[in-house]
Design a protein around this ligand. Sequence first.
Ligand code: NDP
Ligand code: DXP
Ligand code: MN
Length: 380
Amino acid sequence: MKRISILGSTGSIGTQTLDVIAHDRESYQVEALSAGSNVSLLLEQIKQFQPKKVSVATKALADEVSSYITGATEVFYGEAGLIEIAASTDADFVVSALVGSQGLRPTLAAIAAGKNIGLANKETLITAGHLVTEKVLKHGVSLIPIDSEHSAIFQCLNGEKRAQLSKIIITASGGSFRDRSREQLKDVTVAEALRHPNWAMGAKITIDSATMVNKGLEVMEAHWLFQLPYEQIEVMLHPQSIIHSMVEFVDYSVMAQLGNPDMRVPIQYALTYPNRFPTPTKPLKLTEIGTLQFQEMDYERFPCLRMAFEAGKEGGSVPTVYSAANEIAVARFLAGEIKFLQIEEIIERVMQLHQSVANPDLEQIAYTDRWAREKAAAIN
Ligand SMILES: NC(=O)C1=CN([C@@H]2O[C@H](COP(=O)(O)OP(=O)(O)OC[C@H]3O[C@@H](n4cnc5c(N)ncnc54)[C@H](OP(=O)(O)O)[C@@H]3O)[C@@H](O)[C@H]2O)C=CC1
Ligand SMILES: CC(=O)[C@@H](O)[C@H](O)COP(=O)(O)O
Ligand SMILES: [Mn+2]
């Protein structure tokens, strides 16, 4: 039986992880769950999975949860609560599915406590890839990707010789506005931006997909997960999201992983690796889909992807700035404070203002993250 804790159990990845677990209850024990502010959903999850510990964002929310539960579940809150869920349980596997760089410290704490990690929270690797990978090696834990593209690459690389890898090809759907010109992006609405063509996901990643920041984050995520230079990472438009990514080898053989767009497949693979079991999803019927399309990336149409490659290649504290400025810009767009195209303007401006720090430690990353957020919040 696998003992699991989930950081972000009320989110899109968190709920789908619990759905995978619910389909095979004998194989899993849910040790701990964390939510932000969705108390009603957390209470349902407590009832169904009876975790020993849960955490929520604030003390007031923790008091509210405590007032409703009768069992033995302990309730924590805040960052200390997330760290409790990550590190101080009997779990052997932690699903890291918080949104944003707030996932960093709990994920590091889980690694330091010897937990294997299923990583959905890509911002953690973007902001501190060097620290996370170093800690993973030090504590001898596994870091298994949940992000669909990285799960695909992980699967394609299984059993292959790394020296014989030529490049990886990360596919991109193009997001909600893939058929619009830059001119047509001027006045797009939040509701339009939240309508992803293929995937049902949390709000932040859906906007990131529309700006192509998501692909930019995924390029940096791949750099750290697979220890590849940026020259060996390519992005290709593939509107159907059926090929989740590909790997090209030195003999020009290309391996791809295909499937319907359903995150429960890579989530379950991370939980059961190296084994495979039936997943609660539909089989892929390529004859019904008929056509798969591919297109070269246009870096002028999608400047956030260009900026991500620049940030990743420069390294140091620059990826932290890219990701933190984006988090604030996306929150401001979702709140109706700025227009869609201002997201990329804010990221670019904050990156220009930043004095890069090489090989930042955790404190320097935290400082840079706060600095970038303040700058991004102040730009009009
Ligand atoms: N959704 C997807 O299909 C995919 C997501 N990812 C990545 O996975 C991560 C999670 O994405 P997704 O599930 O879509 O995000 P969601 O927004 O759906 O979920 C985020 C989770 O984080 C919790 N949370 C938010 N703020 C706080 C806080 N201050 N304190 C504690 N918990 C908090 C939320 O709690 P609550 O809702 O209770 O407030 C929720 O459980 C992201 O990094 C994303 O890029 C990667 C690939 C695919
Ligand atoms: C499901 C998943 O992994 C997302 O990151 C998804 O890939 C978003 O798709 P695009 O960023 O390609 O639109
Ligand atoms: Mn992805």
